[in-house]
Design a protein around this ligand. Structure first.
Ligand SMILES: Cc1cc2nc3c(=O)[nH]c(=O)nc-3n(C[C@H](O)[C@H](O)[C@H](O)COP(=O)(O)OP(=O)(O)OC[C@H]3O[C@@H](n4cnc5c(N)ncnc54)[C@H](O)[C@@H]3O)c2cc1C
Length: 429
């Protein structure tokens, strides 16, 4: 391959596929380079994607894309060792096209997405790793991959968290383990009927269920269960630096979580069919790298574009929207034959116009808030103990709820501390 491409997209995750597809549709000579044997071969997430970013690329995607179930229910649970306190939300609105979200298995989904980019005219080279950047003067002018030099007017780094290319371009330094979470996940196969019985679902309905509590042993993070057609995606996502400091294995936390009485029954008779681990950048806007330079743009996880608020962990929709914005920038740059950083400065402008940078700005204080250890320990204990007191009938004289609350709260966390936490929550989310 010694042809000069208009654009080389590195990585065929959601960001790379959205970018490559948009470029190819506009008629640009586009190469997508993916190190996996096929797109999605090694990719993992929770996961469900939300919002209209995919809908904008494929208006009827839910009929064609290999999605699992539409997310009808959202459930949040606070866990102690042996109790759980939950909030469960469902809306009929989420059960109608274009739907609010879908559970997805990446190995099927990314492959489908990359095939769409290929059909649009992009060349998709799998099993090929981008090792370095080519340069002309200060400008990026292509990549080195598989021992070859592959020239291009512009490179779009969609190579995920810890982007080697963004680092080589000097756009990002080493990311602190405080700003990264480690996810470990299992896919547990279960008959469709059992899933629907256990989670109270019908037909294609699905649930996204998030947990925080004692299983993470005070480490900032949580756990999740997503229902697929005939399997469950179950995992934990926890702060990397705290894992290292406390010398705890993420897998042990996942096992603790799976043994919780609320969870154990849901998994009974299931068969483990997949195990994976992956990092996710959670530093938010403050830790975002420089997004472009001469001849290069960074999108998706490579640019740290994920949103974590404690209630949601979203990255795929940010990846798709940023990949598309990167492509639109390059399409315009091609018209003026100007791939300098002045021309590519259009990229952050587009991210400001769509939801990407606005959402990151709105929730810029959330990453710090989520480091508060009380959310993972004291508050779940307080909620479960209080609920237990309220619902226990031991034949003795009943107390007012406020008195019960004060008994549970004293010695665990001060009212003043609670008020301060509440204020921090208000400011962050
Ligand atoms: C445990 C966990 C749960 C999550 N849950 C959710 C969720 O429920 N919803 C949600 O929206 N988001 C979720 N996310 C975040 C989401 O997965 C990411 O934000 C999203 O995948 C980012 O897409 P991307 O295309 O930027 O990067 P990736 O999906 O990481 O894709 C990068 C691609 O680049 C390839 N690549 C890397 N380096 C090279 C190289 N040098 N040469 C060639 N190819 C390369 C990789 O193989 C990969 O295919 C979760 C993440 C984790 C870890």
């Amino acid at each position: 391959m010694n042809q000069k491409f208009d654009a080389i997209v590195v990585g065929a995750g959601p960001a790379g596929c959205a970018c490559g597809l948009t470029l190819a549709k506009a008629g640009l000579e586009t190469l997508i380079v993916e190190r996996g044997k096929f797109a999605g071969a090694k990719n993992m997430w929770g996961g469900a994607f939300y919002g209209p970013s995919l809908y904008e690329l494929f208006p009827d995607f839910w009929e064609k894309a290999p999605v699992e179930r539409y997310i009808l229910r959202h459930k949040y649970s606070l866990l102690t060792q042996d109790a759980s306190f939950s909030v469960d939300f469902t809306s009929k609105k989420y059960g109608k096209p274009p739907y609010n979200g879908f559970s997805v298995l990446r190995s099927k989904f990314d492959r489908w997405f990359a095939a769409k980019a290929e059909q649009a005219g992009a060349v998709v080279a799998t099993g090929l790793e981008a090792e370095d950047l080519l340069r002309e003067g200060n400008a990026v002018a292509g990549i080195k991959a598989g021992g070859d030099k592959l020239p291009a007017n512009v490179v779009i780094a969609c190579d995920g968290v810890n982007s080697i290319l963004a680092e080589k371009a000097g756009l990002i330094g080493k990311i602190s383990p405080r700003d990264i979470k480690l996810g470990v996940k299992e896919v547990i196969q279960l008959p469709r009927q059992l899933i629907e019985q256990r989670f109270n679902l019908h037909g294609e309905e699905g649930i996204a269920w998030e947990f925080i509590g004692s299983f993470s042993r005070g480490i900032p993070g949580g756990a999740f269960i997503y229902t697929n057609k005939e399997s469950l995606s179950i995992g934990i996502v926890v702060q990397l630096s705290a894992l290292t400091e406390k010398e705890i294995s993420a897998n042990d936390l996942l096992e603790d979580f799976k043994r919780h009485p609320e969870v154990e029954n849901l998994l009974a008779d299931g068969q483990l069919v997949e195990y994976s681990a992956h990092l996710v950048p959670v530093g938010g806007k403050a830790k975002m790298p420089t997004l472009y330079t001469d001849g290069m743009i960074v999108a998706g996880d490579a640019a740290g574009l994920t949103l974590t608020t404690g209630l949601v962990l979203e990255g795929a929709n940010f990846a798709i929207a940023s990949g598309k914005a990167a492509a639109e920038t390059v399409i315009r740059a091609k018209k003026t034959r100007d791939f300098s950083k002045q021309s590519l400065a259009r990229y952050p402008e587009l991210l400001e116009q769509n939801f990407v940078l606005k959402d990151l700005e709105t929730f810029k204080k959330a990453p710090l808030l989520l480091e508060n250890p009380r959310f993972y320990h004291q508050y779940p204990e307080l909620a479960c103990e209080l609920a237990e007191k309220i619902f226990t009938n031991d034949g003795k004289k009943r107390k007012k709820f406020w008195k019960m609350f004060r008994e549970s709260q004293r010695g665990r966390i001060s009212l003043w501390q609670m008020l301060r936490d509440l204020f921090r929550i208000k400011r962050a989310i």
